[in-house]
Ligand binder design. Structure first.
Ligand SMILES: Nc1nc2c(ncn2[C@@H]2O[C@H](COP(=O)(O)OP(=O)(O)OP(=O)(O)O)[C@@H](O)[C@H]2O)c(=O)[nH]1
Ligand SMILES: [Mg+2]
Length: 155
């Protein structure tokens, strides 16, 4: 069976690397400086095998705007994206910038991960979901599934 490559995208600190660690058991922040600063600087890599036996390679990108070139290098050849949006912050500048880049590259398959769900209540979640859907409305990810997750409580 062929391998597929999934990339992350989203604003700094929204939980991309933590989610990839939780999903794969592999910490994509491999550089010492990344671990010291608690921030992704360069591309990170992980992989998982689905219950159906498919191998999925994961490219984890930095969210900070200073490292946008690395992000661009990472998403150049992905098959699908996990767009990460922190539930407590909602849509932020690099959420929109990464969305625009994905659109230009023609990446139209993906899932929206609303992370840090443990930090908000149900009412707030409803507001954030509406905000996210509005931000996605005119993009190729308009109808992408949205999943609420917490890497902390593993919901
Ligand atoms: N409470 C809570 N905190 C989380 C969750 N996911 C991530 N965090 C915390 O959020 C912070 C940022 O997480 P990262 O995974 O480094 O975020 P990132 O999107 O990879 O950041 P960059 O790669 O620098 O853009 C860390 O302190 C995490 O522990 C979650 O589901 N719940
Ligand atoms: Mg990261």
């Amino acid at each position: 069976m062929s391998t597929r490559v999934v990339g992350t995208a989203g604003h700094v600190d929204h939980g991309k690397s933590t989610l990839i660690s939780a999903l794969t058991g592999i910490d994509p922040d491999r550089l010492q400086e990344e671990r010291d600063r608690g921030m992704t600087i360069d591309l990170g890599f992980a992989w998982l095998r689905t219950p159906g036996g498919m191998d999925i390679g994961v490219v984890d990108v930095p969210g900070h705007q200073d490292f946008i070139r690395n992000m661009l290098a990472g998403v150049g050849s992905i098959d699908a994206v996990i767009l990460v949006i922190a539930a407590d912050e909602g849509v932020r500048p690099q959420t929109r910038e990464h969305l625009a880049i994905l659109g230009l590259l023609g990446i139209d398959r993906g899932v929206i991960a609303l992370t840090k769900r443990d930090l908000i209540d149900d009412e707030w979640a409803e507001l954030v979901r509406a905000e996210v859907r509005a931000a996605l409305a005119d993009t190729p990810l308009a109808t992408a599934p949205l999943v609420e997750v917490s890497a902390t409580t593993r919901i």
